[in-house]
Design a protein around this ligand. Sequence first.
Ligand code: ZN
Ligand code: ZN
Length: 356
Amino acid sequence: MEASKSSYFSGNRQTFAVAPQVWGLKTIFVNLFFIAEPDGTWVLVDAGVPGCTHKIKKAAEELFGEGARPKAIVLTHGHFDHIGGVKELADEWDVPVYAHPLELPYLTGRSSYPPPDSSVGGGGMAYMAFAYPKKPINITNHVELLSPDGAVPGLTGWHWIHTPGHTPGHVSLFREEDRVLIVGDAFTTRDAESAIAVMTEKREVHGPPAYFTPDWAAAHRSVDALASLNPEIAASGHGMPMRGEELSRGLENLVKNFWVIAVPTKGRYVHEPAVADERGVISVPPQVGSSVPKLMAIAGALTLAGFAYSAINRRSKQNSHLKQDRPLPHNRVASGLPPTVDPDYDDPTAHTNNYP
Ligand SMILES: [Zn+2]
Ligand SMILES: [Zn+2]
């Protein structure tokens, strides 16, 4: 049976109940989760948007009492809207932060995520995506690797599942006993691209937020893997929890029609993924323009400029190492080490300038 929206909210608390011993907290447009053990210890999953530390601590105290402190923080992934409070909280609580090895470059200042694709999605959230911070944070002092056996530190009865696609080291958490799934952003329960859906909280199973998803084939496999767990309750990073029939029907539809309903019709990563490994991003596909005539005009101007340039510099060009022969239809391999960013130097363009 479908639970009404109001039944999700627990009294006067800011949190909403997801399942026994599991609560969610919404920070602006992103959820984070508190998961407790029978002995009263608990773990924080994700850390909200920047500036929400006080709200998280207050919610924790409402749930677990004054001065409450978790055993650990587990990150589904390192996007800015899921790690906003992580540094401050990990410092203050002095707890480890667990993440998948493939997510580590983005949590230790080593690599930026692939540039977001604001040409996809079509909604206000996607168009605003260019303004979101993409720079990696550096929590080297706190970060620990999730163990390959699937155990979730501090939580018995739960295991993590690698669900890449939205990010390389994205994980979801599953409690076998009552089939409760903390999804992260592997799929969402509302249209993450629509600013209206953000406000109205309409519940519906959707794909991962398109503007930050650089590997759609992997994202599809991940949704398939999560659907095959047959979750009874799913709580995503974006949207309200869904359960039962409504959830299983929505998931089945998403798996079956993923390339129609989740994958954008055009965009930077639609035909080729960004490639990453444990060092960070290795290559990204070329950027796609928003309109063909505009692109052609730019290409034409570049061609003319290229002719003029080569006529003037024909001889000196032979000795140069200009990258003019880069094969356009293929991923552009970053030369040398993956792009790195000094996390203490706040240059808002640094993260995207690392890419061709
Ligand atoms: Zn995300
Ligand atoms: Zn998110």
